[in-house]
Design a protein around this ligand. Structure first.
Ligand code: PGA
Length: 256
């Protein structure tokens, strides 16, 4: 399986800044066929960057989109509008769930809309700090995974990517808040067990599972060697060109 390195730029970079960053990244980056490099700029930058990107080297992802294709939904952008512009869309990121109140129901409709529009959903799941403290990690992972996939049929399950992002480990500046490799291994094992129960063993083994939460060049190697982890979803460190390209090089070395 390929290794996925996905940079989530969140609400950062103007269109001009995003274009300059992409230009430098494309110049610096070799074409690694076994590493799928993806960047997720703000919606406003997607169309211009889609004209600039070299799709042999990397792909574009949206950070969010609405689940209806057209209609009276002021302010929204649909997967239909993004079709042909992006290859991926991050769905159910914890910032969407907790700042914008997205439920599993909404997340599931977005996953279905992405697939309907030939865009690969990167379904984010993960427990908060208090859910972990109360011993609810397994239930949260199960509910968010089964809930998020509830609107797609068995035929489409091989079109998704899952990202395990424990909320307590996102944007952390403290080493005490970093996820330990064995904590990630347990969660990824659980994700594959749930997929196996619901969709069968073959699917459970073939769905890529990424890890995200304060990934940087000094921990990327350790996270990429966690059993069952097929890639990384990177926020802060993906905004710094040298760090992002270092992580891509680490992925290449680990993959070899
Ligand atoms: P971070 O963000 O790498 O800055 O922790 C990851 C994410 O939110 O996807």
């Amino acid at each position: 399986m390929r290794t996925y390195i996905v940079g989530n730029w969140k609400l950062n970079f103007t269109v001009g800044e995003a274009s300059i960053y992409l230009h430098k990244l494309l110049k610096k980056m070799p074409n690694y066929r076994d590493i799928e490099v993806v960047v997720a700029p703000s919606t406003i930058a997607l169309q211009p960057l889609s004209l600039q990107i070299d799709r042999h080297k990397m792909k574009l992802s949206a950070q969010n989109a609405f689940y209806r294709d057209y209609g009276a939904f002021t302010g929204e952008t649909s997967f239909t509008q993004l079709r042909g512009i992006v290859d991926y869309c991050i769905i159910g990121h914890s910032e969407r769930r907790y700042i914008f109140s997205e439920s599993d129901k909404v997340v599931s409709k977005k996953v279905a809309a992405a697939i309907r529009n030939k865009i690969t959903p990167i379904l984010c799941i993960g427990e908060t700090e208090s859910e972990r403290a109360f011993g609810e990690t397994k239930d949260v992972i199960k509910d968010q995974l089964i809930g998020g996939l509830s609107e797609i049929g068995d035929d489409d399950i091989d079109k998704i990517i899952v990202a395990y992002e424990p909320v307590w480990a996102i944007s952390s500046t403290k080493s005490s808040k970093l996820a330990a490799p064995d904590e990630i291994a347990d969660a990824v094992k659980l994700i594959r067990e749930i997929l196996s129960e619901v969709y069968g063993k073959k699917v459970a083994e073939s769905v890529p599972v990424l890890f995200g939460g304060s990934v940087n060049p000094s921990n990327a190697g350790a996270y990429l060697t966690v059993p069952g982890v097929n890639g990384l979803l990177i926020g802060g460190s993906s905004l710094i060109l040298s760090e992002f390209t270092d992580i891509i090089e680490i992925a290449k070395r680990v993959h070899a």
